[in-house]
Design a protein around this ligand. Structure first.
Ligand code: C5P
Length: 307
């Protein structure tokens, strides 16, 4: 039996997000290309005495705002593993760097980290496929955060095919003062498309070729997000944030997922720093983070055994 397990889980950016029509189950069929980036949440799981229940503590991004009750995605992940023999008596301490409700899978990262940590803590020995199946019940992005790297997501975004990628890419993320609700952004997208026939999205071949070639210039041209008009309609000032990237002639910019985080693809670390300074001094966002991608999915970074 382990005394504690520490798991690190990455945030994500959607390099492309193609959104199909609203389905009968309330979701939209997607073709998205996810990339895991080096902004991480760290989660420590420790067993508690019998009957203690799941006790959650959150520090960092969103602390004091994120609900700590049974609806928290990490708590739901612990419960979901009960079916495989995990005890609910576990302390979960999360240090968050991924913004809350930012379109970067912050909640999903905590769920994925909790799955990996609790699996190890109680020696459940679930396979990655079994964990991915549980992950998909917790949220559409949870399987990708478990997987990491760069991958094409279909169905709700939960069915993954790894993408071939050469090299590493430099990103700058402008994080807004307040998050956007994912269901509200999808609903706005449907409203903006009312009366328009929406085709099923397709795998963006030029973007996949840019990834295989490791060509950041071509990748920058191919970034796109069908949710962007909806996020901009709900938060018009995001356009001014994206315009700062244009002034810098960045390789590309896109709103990440359902937003409001704006992602900028830049040439190197120096350009990332210059853009970060410009975004910060413009005063249009709460904070700016630099990152690279792709990085690994949720993985154990430390574990301690009982003496
Ligand atoms: O799966 P998840 O809980 O993250 O989804 C949150 C909400 O986002 C869904 O209830 C739905 O409104 C919307 N969504 C969608 N189509 C997807 C993924 C999410 O409409 N493929």
């Amino acid at each position: 039996m382990l005394d504690s397990v520490t798991v690190r889980a990455p945030g994500k950016v959607n390099l492309a997000l193609g959104v199909g029509p609203l389905r009968a189950d309330g979701y939209h069929g997607l073709v998205t290309v996810f990339q895991a980036v080096s902004i991480f949440d760290d989660l420590v799981a420790t067993p508690l005495p019998f009957g203690s229940g799941t006790q959650l503590v959150i520090t960092g991004e969103g602390a004091g705002v994120i609900p700590l009750g049974p609806d928290n995605l990490a708590a739901r992940a612990v419960r979901a593993l009960g079916a495989f023999g995990a005890s609910p008596d576990v302390a979960i301490a999360i240090h968050k760097s991924i913004p809350l409700a930012g379109g970067m899978a912050g909640g999903s990262a905590d769920a994925a980290a909790a799955l990996v940590a609790v699996d190890a803590l109680f020696e459940l020995d679930l396979t990655r496929d079994e964990l991915a199946d549980v992950a998909a019940t917790l949220g559409s992005d949870v399987p990708f955060v478990l997987h990491g790297g760069t991958a094409v997501g279909t169905n709700r975004g939960d069915q993954l095919t790894p993408a071939l990628v050469r090299g590493s890419f430099h990103w700058v993320f402008a994080i807004a003062d307040a998050g956007l609700s994912t269901p509200a952004v999808y609903a706005k997208c449907d409203q903006l498309r009312a009366g328009i026939e929406v085709a099923d999205p397709e795998v963006p071949q030029a973007l996949m070729a840019a990834l295989i070639a490791g060509d950041p210039v071509a990748l920058g041209r191919e970034l796109r997000n069908d949710l962007q008009p909806a996020a901009l309609a709900l938060r018009p000032k995001l356009q001014r944030v994206l315009d700062i990237g244009d002034d810098f002639a960045v390789l590309g910019s896109v709103i990440s997922g359902s937003g409001p985080t704006c992602a900028f693809l830049v040439r190197d670390g120096d350009e990332a720093l210059d853009l970060a300074v410009a975004l910060t001094s413009a005063g249009l966002c709460r904070t700016v983070k630099r990152a690279t991608g792709p990085v690994s999915g949720a993985h154990i970074i430390d574990h301690r055994s009982a003496a």
